[in-house]
Write a protein that binds this ligand. Structure first.
Ligand code: NAD
Ligand code: UFG
Length: 338
């Protein structure tokens, strides 16, 4: 049994599908602050198996411990947290409360239940401004915004915890840019309000919900002047969690591992791929740079291959085709008309 905090969210829902398909039992624990119950129903429909779903907040230590104990889980995958960089700058205490204090409560509950295997959702943002590219796991760590700082604080906390008690088995997974959706078109990313991230915005332009994409800057020192990122299909990312759990089942330690494709693509690469996949135009206008954006970064993904035997299998075309299917089948997300 695997206990999945934030399992109703974008990456969590796709990971629950792959955990169920791999034969794991799953309990989701989520407060639905940024997700819909419907996502958990669809996960079970895709997998053809049931899972337990508990509505609860990770900051509620007593409820969390009761749910973890009742689940009988042997490991936790911890997705629950807030992720909007701009909001984290405006409301830092909300982010420290959810992401840092919430994780403290989770680790306390795990210790109380004798569950010492954890996979944590970290982010490439912990590398800060690149000194060398691609980012390797031994790159210097720093944070350029409050969201990134909460990830870095939790990473440090996990390393300290492991140093204090070597029985812990911890996988810190540093995600690059997750995009795409399950190939069924039943689950995908369902941002509330105006999307901050590139792919959901592009998809909403293609489907006609928004007029044009704002390209945030074309004067970066990159081949076409637009920002370069390492996009990873969310199903490949989900499979990385299954492999990480397998690894932690056989190895003690606290490892930090990049989950990325190992190649960078520009904003205009993404626009062109999406147009090809959808057969729809994606008009765009070039605007000023977005504050805080880095020009280019991508992963060295070789450690994940060496430790977990994992690498990405889905390219840009599949990322765009699957995003488009999800967007087309669910033009207004899980809630239908908004
Ligand atoms: P998401 O918002 O779709 O999922 C997070 C889930 O956690 C949601 O279902 C939300 O309701 C739940 N949640 C939030 N606070 C909670 C709390 N206090 N108690 C219980 N549940 C709570 O986000 P996602 O994109 O699926 O991201 C999952 C994790 O991966 C997050 O920790 C995020 O920071 C991290 N991450 C995401 C990205 C990305 O680009 N999507 C990149 C790097 C890291
Ligand atoms: N972009 C646009 N227009 C948009 C949105 C994005 O041109 O409307 C550009 C950005 O400038 C950037 C690229 O598209 O060059 C990707 O931007 P995203 O917002 O999709 O992703 P980021 O790389 O900025 O941020 C993501 C996550 C963060 C995380 C960060 C760490 O959203 O949570 O990766 O790697 F911290």
């Amino acid at each position: 049994m695997i206990f999945v905090t934030g399992g109703a969210g974008y990456i969590g829902s796709h990971t629950c599908v792959e955990l169920l398909m791999a034969g794991h039992d799953v309990t989701v624990y989520d407060n639905f602050s940024n997700s819909q119950w419907e996502a958990t129903e669809r996960v079970q429909r895709i997998a053809g198996r049931t899972m337990a779903v508990v509505r609860g907040d990770i900051r509620d230590g007593a409820a969390l411990q009761a749910a973890l104990h009742a689940s009988g889980a042997k490991a936790v995958v911890h997705f629950a947290g807030l992720k909007a960089v701009g909001e984290s700058e405006a409301e830092p205490l909300k982010y420290y409360d959810n992401n840092v204090l919430g994780t403290v409560r989770l680790l306390e509950a795990m210790a109380a239940c004798g569950v010492k295997t954890l996979v944590f959702s970290s982010s490439a943002t912990v590398y800060g401004v690149p000194e060398v590219l691609p980012y390797r796991e031994d790159h210097r760590l720093s944070a350029t915004n409050t969201y990134g700082m909460t990830k870095l604080v939790v990473e440090n906390m996990l390393r300290d915890l492991h140093r204090s008690d070597a029985d812990w088995r911890i996988g810190i997974l540093r995600y690059f840019n997750p995009v795409g959706a399950h190939s069924s078109g039943l689950i995908g990313e369902d941002p509330q309000g105006t999307p901050n991230n590139l792919m959901p915005y592009v998809a909403q332009v293609a489907v006609g919900r928004r007029e044009f994409l704002n390209v945030w800057g074309n004067d970066y020192p990159t081949p076409d002047g637009t920002g370069v990122r390492d996009y990873i299909h969310v199903v490949d990312l989900a499979l990385g969690h299954v492999k990480a759990l397998d690894y932690l089942g056989a190895n003690t330690g606290c490892v930090s591992v990049n989950l990325g494709a190992g190649v960078g693509h520009s904003v205009l690469d993404m626009v062109r791929s999406f147009e090809a996949a959808s057969g729809r135009p994606v008009p765009f206008k070039v605007g000023p740079r977005r504050a805080g954006d880095l020009d280019a970064y991508w992963a060295d993904a070789s450690l994940a291959q060496a430790l977990f035997g994992w690498r990405v299998e889905r390219g840009l075309d599949v990322m765009c085709e699957d995003t488009w299917r999800w967007q087309n089948m669910n033009p207004n997300g899980y809630k239908g008309e908004k």
